[in-house]
Design a protein around this ligand. Structure first.
Ligand code: ACO
Ligand code: ZN
Length: 179
């Protein structure tokens, strides 16, 4: 039972800080539902073993959002992996945190879920000794581009016909230790 004070607080502070969702680490049991969210929200689908291998290799940065009153429902997810590639101007190999995929179910957008997923996963993948975060995004995906810019990603180039349907991708980078 809520006291009078508590109910006033929840009434007056319905903000992004007092949200109805929570973010936790993904488990094996969530993967089928994560795959469903992906298939509903993005044209790029992956086989089950792909999710499973990301979860096995990078579990701390594979996060899901659920309603506070139903931890089994999945409203959104984020997954990262680490890639070791040469840097632009040298042969030195660098670790990069690659944002593989993020999506939030249509009905639950614009509540700050993606923001929390990014804010909580970026420090986790950073622990893998990465020098930058990278991602590709459809050039038409304004919502996602706005979101990434809010996290200090900058467009570094275009990957022509990156997607199966021929759309170009922006290659966006957030370098660490630069600000
Ligand atoms: N229009 C403009 N800006 C938007 C929009 C929109 N519709 N949605 C989000 N943003 C930007 C805004 O800057 C927003 O901040 P604000 O609400 O204070 O203005 C900011 O992103 C954060 O919004 P959130 O509420 O945290 O984002 P949400 O939980 O709605 O999820 C997401 C954003 C993941 C892009 C969602 O729209 C989605 O799932 N889209 C379909 C899947 C997708 O495109 N994923 C990214 C593919 S690229 C990749 O995965 C590497
Ligand atoms: Zn990618």
């Amino acid at each position: 039972m809520g006291t009078d004070k508590e109910s006033k607080t929840s009434f007056f502070h319905r903000s992004k800080n007092d949200s109805s969702f929570m973010v936790r680490i993904c488990t094996d049991d969530d993967l089928e539902r994560v795959k469903q969210v992906n298939e509903q929200e993005l044209p790029e689908d992956y086989p089950f073993f792909f999710y499973k291998s990301i979860l096995d290799n990078y579990p701390e940065s594979f996060l899901v959002a659920c309603p506070k009153d139903d931890f089994n429902q999945i409203l959104g997810y984020i997954m990262w992996r680490v890639e070791r590639t040469s840097s632009k101007n040298s042969l030195r190999l660098l670790n990069k945190g690659h944002l593989v995929s993020i999506a939030v179910s249509g009905d639950y957008r614009r509540q700050g879920i993606a923001t929390v997923l990014l804010a909580k996963s970026m420090p986790e993948i950073q622990k893998q000794n990465i020098s930058e975060y990278v991602l590709e995004v459809r050039v038409s995906n304004y919502s996602a581009i706005n979101l990434y810019e809010a996290f200090k990603f900058k467009t570094e180039g275009i990957k022509k016909k990156y997607y199966k349907d021929g759309e170009n991708a922006y290659f966006m980078v957030h370098k660490l230790n630069e600000n």
